[in-house]
Design a protein. Structure first.
Length: 287
């Protein structure tokens, strides 16, 4: 199983389709620098990636790493048709069977951590909705005939739908259930950041005791719910300070801080400047 940390999302590069006769063989390649997704619609491919054998029958797929050699272990026994798609990511990725480490979703800065997430793609598996996957791949091939920026944008959107389908076909490790709870808790906090943090409301919404929710968030993000909420509130305040002329005291109220001194204190700890100094940094002296 491959774990991707996003953003950025994996990006589509190119795709196509091939039909091999009985006795045909997939090309042996090494270190192509791109993930190679193979989806077989008819027949069967017999592959190996270094020491890992991969048999890919009709209605199944396999995902080959960009940094390893792969080869055919035996020729096709019957006519075999398959789609292929190459993609890569500028973000981090790992092949793993282990659960996500507690530091891997911690922020490089406070703004980005709110939006970072992990998703998993299986090395291989059976498609639960093969016709839908085939349709997306045909659409990708069709879009390649148009080099416009609009077509390229649509390619990326269609490709993300395909990756979502592959992820849905994957059962996450049972030990990763805390990630789901942490994600739901973070979503709850973002929706309700203007309100006071209610342990009871959060527990009722997520159907878990607040202490367990806090443990899950600490493990996934490195923050307790209150720490996460405070950081998110400060990020909303930063946007308002830059984009509006609202008084600083009003912004403190709108972003859920109970008092102005508390807002200034939290803002200073996280940003390293007062709200007023931060605002002036991004304001033109003529504006």
């Amino acid at each position: 199983m491959f774990r991707f940390i996003s953003p950025p999302l994996p990006h589509f590069i190119v795709c196509g389709e091939d039909t091999y006769p009985a006795g045909g063989r997939h090309s042996d390649r090494s270190g192509i620098g791109e993930f190679d997704l193979l989806i077989v619609t008819r027949g069967c491919l017999y592959m190996a990636e270094e020491s890992v054998s991969l048999t890919i029958p009709s209605g199944s797929f396999a995902l080959l790493r960009p940094d390893r050699a792969h080869r055919t272990t035996e020729p096709c026994r019957e006519e075999t048709h398959f789609f292929w798609a190459h993609f890569q990511t500028l973000g981090s990725w790992h092949e793993t069977e282990a659960e996500l480490g507690p530091d891997e979703l911690r922020p490089d800065d406070a703004f980005r951590e709110i939006h970072r997430f992990a998703f998993y793609l299986p090395r291989s598996g059976k498609l639960s909705s093969p016709d839908a996957a085939y349709a997306w791949l045909r659409q990708l091939i069709s879009l390649q005939t148009d080099s416009s920026s609009t077509s390229q944008w649509r390619q990326q959107l269609v490709f993300q739908e395909l990756l979502l389908r592959l992820q849905d076909d994957t059962k996450l490790p049972e030990s990763s259930s805390y990630l789901k709870i942490a994600d739901e808790a973070a979503s709850f906090l973002r929706r309700n950041y203007k309100e006071s943090l209610s342990y009871k409301a959060m527990s009722e919404e997520l159907h878990f005791h607040f202490n367990y929710i806090a443990l899950c968030m600490k493990r996934a993000y490195g923050y307790t719910p209150l720490e996460y909420l405070t950081r998110y509130r400060v990020e909303q305040a930063k946007r308002l300070l830059i984009d509006t002329n609202e008084p600083v005291g009003r912004i403190a109220e709108e972003t859920g801080f109970g008092s102005f001194p508390y807002f200034v204190r939290c803002f200073g700890r996280q940003v390293g400047a007062t709200p007023k100094a931060f605002r002036m940094r991004f304001r033109s002296p003529y504006g």
